[in-house]
Design a protein around this ligand. Structure first.
Ligand SMILES: [Zn+2]
Length: 410
């Protein structure tokens, strides 16, 4: 039976967005939480970008040690041979890639401005795919940027060429959030039926339909007999009005009418991490979670009006479609109201011992304590905000990789 998988692109689409950014340790923590959530793949960054190199290599080391495993970590690059060369030079352990190139007439004339026509787009892409395979890539996704505004026959040719060159998936990019559930269903169904290649849905929220459009596209792919991979971001963070929100997409596949029981979601997905991950991303991006955010907002399970309260208390199914416990909600959070010792970029060893003591972490000797202190200081330099407990624990557990990912040399 064909399935719906999730590829989260927070560490790529999310961080390339205006006003948004993440420190390398924060990107790593997001990969860590996504892995705990059973997410199939994280598009973890840009192997051509120099300041990403140490972070990407450190995360691949963590993957080798099974810390970031079984999640797949995939790099995003342009589908041109020189980017492929550079990527594998910078990040030799790269196994999963997504190669991106524009396919619509608008982009080819408006962006390439005569430097490339559609035939050349296909040639660049297939050369890049071949080169990736030569360099040892295990899976290759090919992104058709602006697919939703691409002539469908041309898109079918493009996907057919990618398949001929053994690409594993085609990413249907609704780059401008232009599709509606009706149009994407028809287009993706036709594409998947003709080419028989698994389809990724990459949908933006410019018309407020990113989740709906992603779902319709995934349904079309499965109806046409291929697997679907929905691209999401945590809290919907992404270019302009954002991408399809991770938690919303999972809940929609699990509980949406006509989806539940008919279409199979990757069974490794476990929503228990949802609350924690959404709040971590909110803290890391410095973007508050809206009160009415799906599943993880303050009001998602709040009831005040008489009729609703009465109904919800009699039987939660009267006014709740799914349970808060499933999303990892319901635990009481302890907030320190008295003295608080924090670790900052100028902290000393006493502060370190106090903070880690509360987390029940003991150091073997002074040397180890000093090493962790140094890493915590540098992490603060990167983040410019206090470290959270999970980050502190992560630093103490994986000092070698943390040291590498904190190293940024221009
Ligand atoms: Zn995007």
């Amino acid at each position: 039976m064909k399935k719906i998988y999730i590829i989260d692109v927070t560490n790529r689409d999310g961080v390339q967005t205006a006003h948004l950014g993440l420190a390398k340790l924060e990107k790593t923590m997001i990969n860590y939480y996504l892995n705990k959530m059973g997410i199939f793949q994280s598009e973890f960054g840009f192997p051509v970008t120099r300041h990403e190199i140490n972070y990407l290599n450190a995360n691949l080391q963590l993957a080798k040690k099974k810390v970031l495993y079984p999640i797949r970590l995939s790099g995003w690059l342009r589908a041109i041979p020189q980017d492929v060369e550079q990527s594998f030079k910078n990040v030799p352990g790269l196994e999963h890639v997504n190669l991106s190139i524009s396919t619509s007439r608008q982009m080819i004339t408006g962006k390439f401005q005569g430097k490339m026509d559609f035939r050349q787009v296909i040639r660049e892409m297939t050369e890049a795919v071949d080169l990736c395979r030569e360099k040892g890539a295990k899976t290759i996704g090919v992104n058709a940027e602006d697919a939703s505004r691409t002539d469908l026959e041309q898109l079918i040719d493009f996907a057919g060429a990618a398949k001929e060159h053994q690409a594993d998936r085609i990413r249907y990019c609704d780059t401008l959030g232009y599709d509606t559930p009706f149009t994407i269903y028809e287009r993706v169904y036709r594409l998947a039926k003709e080419v028989q290649i698994p389809i990724e849905l990459h949908c933006h929220n410019d018309l407020g339909m990113a989740v709906a459009v992603s779902l319709a596209g995934a349904k079309a792919a499965l109806d046409a007999g291929v697997d679907a991979y929905i691209n999401t971001t945590i809290n919907g963070m992404g270019e302009r009005a954002g991408n399809a929100d991770l938690v919303s997409v999972i809940l929609a596949v699990k509980y949406g009418a006509g989806m539940a029981g008919t279409y199979q979601l990757d069974e490794r997905i476990n929503l228990q991490m949802a609350w924690k991950l959404a709040h971590y991303a909110s803290y890391a991006f410095k973007v508050p979670i809206p009160i009415n955010q799906v599943g993880v907002g303050q009001n998602a399970f709040a009831h005040a009006s008489g009729i609703h309260v009465d109904g919800a208390l009699k039987d939660r199914r009267n006014y709740e479609l799914y349970d808060f416990e499933e999303l990892g909600r319901g635990e009481v959070e302890i907030v320190e109201t008295g003295r608080k010792i924090l670790l900052g970029e100028y902290s000393g060893i006493k502060g370190l011992r106090n903070v880690y003591g509360k987390l029940q972490v003991r150091f073997h000797d002074d040397e180890e304590a000093r090493e962790i202190l140094e890493l915590a200081r540098y992490a603060n330099v990167h983040k410019q905000k206090p470290l959270v407990d999970d980050e502190l624990l992560f630093i103490a557990k994986h000092p070698e990789e943390v040291k590498l990912l904190l190293t940024v040399t221009p």
